[in-house]
Ligand binder design. Sequence first.
Ligand SMILES: Nc1ncnc2c1ncn2[C@@H]1O[C@H](COP(=O)(O)OP(=O)(O)OP(=O)(O)O)[C@@H](O)[C@H]1O
Length: 519
Amino acid sequence: MPLFINRDQIFAHQVHLLEHKLRSKEERILELETENAILHLRLAECLGKLRRDQEEDTKDGTKALNHHQHEGSAQKITRSALAKLLPEVQAVKQDLSEVFAVYLSFATELEEQSKQLLEKVEQAGRSLNGHRGDEVENLQAQVEALQRSLEEEKERCRAERQRRKELHNTLVELRGNIRVHCRVRPVLPFDHVQSSTSGSGPASSEEVVSAISDDTVLVNCMKTGMPVQNKIFEFERVHGPEDSQDVVFEEVRPLLTSLLDGYNVCIMAYGQTGSGKTHTMMGSQLLEEHSGTQQETQQGIIPKAAAELFRLISEKPAESHTVGVSVMEVYNNEVFDLLARDEQGNAVSQHRDVITTSSGTSHVPSLTYEPVCNASEVMQIISSVLKLRAHCPTLIHTDSSRSHLVVTLTISSKSPNAVALARRLQSAKKDMQHSAQKEWWSPRCRRANPAARNSSDELFGSTASSPCLSPSLSPCPSPRPSISQDPFMTKLQLVDLAGSECVAMQEKKVSEPRTTNVH
Ligand SMILES: Nc1ncnc2c1ncn2[C@@H]1O[C@H](COP(=O)(O)OP(=O)(O)OP(=O)(O)O)[C@@H](O)[C@H]1O
């Protein structure tokens, strides 16, 4: 580009010089032509005078001769002047034609060069456009290839996600729709007190239950006058005293994914009074030994599950899921709605009827459901009604819960996916087959189960009471499908059962009224 500018400048300068030269020559030609015209005028004047003189000379012979002579001399002068001017005019004309020739050749050359330059510019432009075009085409091709691979990756990701879901749910099914875990809590100060007051059983410092592996517990059965007998029980998972609330929750967490895939889930804690059911389900506020007043909340499965549920929902499209919470209590085979309110709007525990359908499922139709948007709302609601729950001190545990607490989170989804529905149908089919065989428990569960069915069985489906010594976790059987239901609902039931021990044997005062329940 700078090369073109220099050449242009040179050409422009030369043209300017030639134009200047041309103009001065033209001016000179004009001068000479004016001079020539004046001379022609003079000549005409002289010739006129001569004519007049000749006429007079005819009248006067002498005069005519003189005049002729005079005329002759004037003509001579004019001719000689003209003869002088002629070469000059010719020279100027010659110069002018030369200048024109130069100008013409230069103009031709300039035109030629301009043409060439223009061609070059056009060529450069064309090649530049062609280059750009190639580049753009290449880029477009690359973008298209990237878009294609992105689509492929998305598709693969979708397929993988689907596969992961299916595998996850298959895994959950393979592990058993009913699973029993056992948690052995550490020995606590009140165990020593209880042991010394009862006077029977092992020494206070002795552990009677120990987790010998992650699926086996050993129970040291000692009775006065009887030989020591060790019994071994197997579970899907055994948590030792050192296992934290987080470790216990990690075993439960995958069930929440299944919940959003269309499965109903029920987690219940079963065990004797003081074994740690409420601690496992709700959590405890432990007073830290070294920090004086500072309290540390050890969240149990219910708050952690609520948080995980809302975390999973947050990954779904906005407003695709809504959650409602209900809290009910089962006490002496009666169902009470802990979220019910009296006319003044005060929380009261209200008796509710249980309806059992012809298909054998039971539900509580007029149970109060509160819509919730996050885990803290769930926990606020639960904590606000816990005081209504029946409590009564036992020999083992001063704050013993004497009723079953059932917290239900009902998830309503507006975007059921076909796979979830298919799985629900598949599971329902399995359920029907299972119920036809009247075989609800795996042999493993049955082997470990020493107890009779709990009165709450019908409310939670056929999960029955867990056989664990400590809280157990078991998802309820898969739901009965309802294809026409839109939006579809799944339920997470979190149950803290009352102590499984013989009440008459364990309660301080069997006839003592419930301490906090108002009904
Ligand atoms: N794993 C544990 N680690 C530490 N403390 C525990 C653990 N499990 C239970 N506890 C403590 O033991 C006490 C009794 O536990 P919890 O109230 O959970 O028993 P429970 O089985 O619900 O009894 P009940 O059936 O009588 O209501 C509580 O003070 C609780 O903090």
